[in-house]
Design a protein around this ligand. Structure first.
Ligand code: PRP
Ligand code: URA
Length: 209
C-alpha cells in the first residue's frame, strides 16, 4: 500500500515493546510515547523542502541547506494524541499546535466531537495529525474531515499502532493522507480495542484507570 509507512527503526521497536508492556507505568509510558513520536518525526519530515543558504562559519564562507517549505502544524486528537506533541516539537519547535477533541462512544464506537481549535493559517501548513491508536479509524477519519473543512490540504497521520481495519478505512476515506505507524496489528476485539495493541492509550498516559 502506497499510503502507509511503517517505521521499523530498532530504537522505535524497542521503545514500542516497552510501551505495550502492561507493567509500564504512566510516567514511563508518557516518556516513551514522547520519545517514539520524536523518532518518528524524523522520518515524517524526511521529504521536507530545503534551500541553499549562505553561512559564514568562524573559519570561512559556505553554502548550507535550511528548511524552506511550508510551516508545520501538529494536530493531536485529544486526549491520547497529546502525548505525542512534545516529542515532535522538540524537532520542530516553531510548529503551531491545534487541538481536535474526539472520544469514542463506548457502545457505538463512533467518534463524538467536543473541541476544535486550529491555527488560522491551517490551509498553508504541513499538517501532522497525532493519535497513538488507529483502531476502527473512525476518530482519525472524522478529525481529518474536520481539518479539510477548515481548509487543510497537506495532511499526514502519525500513529504508534494501527489496526489493519483502521488503515483500510482511512485510506478509503482520505486517499490523499499518508499514514506513518510504528506497528500494524491485525485484529480488533469486540470492544474495538486493538489486539495485542497497548490497551487504552489515554488512560495509560494520564493514569485515569
Ligand atoms: C482512542 C484513541 C483514538 C481512538 C481510536 O481515543 O486515542 O482517538 O480511540 O479508535 P478508533 O480508530 O476506533 O476511532 P478515545 O476515544 O479512547 O479517547 P481518549 O484519547 O480521550 O482516551
Ligand atoms: N483506543 C485505545 O486507546 N486503544 C485501542 O486499542 C483502541 C482504541
Amino acid at each position: 500500500m502506497n499510503n502507509i509507512t511503517q517505521i521499523t527503526h530498532p530504537l522505535v521497536l524497542h521503545k514500542l515493546a516497552l510501551i505495550r508492556d502492561k507493567n509500564t507505568g504512566s510516567k514511563d509510558f508518557r516518556d516513551l510515547v514522547e520519545e517514539v513520536a520524536m523518532l518518528m518525526a524524523y522520518e515524517v519530515t524526511r521529504n521536507f523542502q530545503t534551500e541553499d543558504v549562505k553561512i559564514e562559519t568562524p573559519i570561512g564562507k559556505t553554502t548550507c541547506k535550511m528548511l524552506s517549505g511550508k510551516k508545520v502544524a501538529v494536530i493531536p486528537i485529544l486526549r491520547a494524541g497529546l502525548g505525542m506533541v512534545s516529542g515532535i516539537l522538540r524537532l520542530i519547535p516553531a510548529a503551531r499546535v491545534g487541538h481536535i477533541g474526539l472520544y469514542r462512544d463506548e457502545t457505538t464506537l463512533k467518534p463524538v466531537e467536543y473541541f476544535c481549535k486550529l491555527p488560522q493559517d491551517i490551509g498553508e501548513r504541513e499538517i501532522i495529525v497525532t493519535d497513538p491508536m488507529l483502531a476502527t479509524g473512525g476518530s482519525a477519519i472524522d478529525a481529518i474531515s474536520m481539518l479539510k473543512r477548515k481548509g487543510a490540504k497537506n495532511i499526514q497521520l502519525m500513529c504508534l499502532i494501527a489496526a489493519r481495519q483502521g488503515i483500510e478505512a482511512v485510506v478509503e476515506a482520505h486517499p490523499d493522507v499518508h499514514i506513518y505507524t510504528a506497528a500494524i496489528d491485525e485484529e480488533l476485539n469486540g470492544n474495538g480495542y486493538i489486539v495485542p495493541g497497548l490497551g487504552d492509550a489515554g488512560d495509560r498516559l494520564y493514569g485515569t484507570k
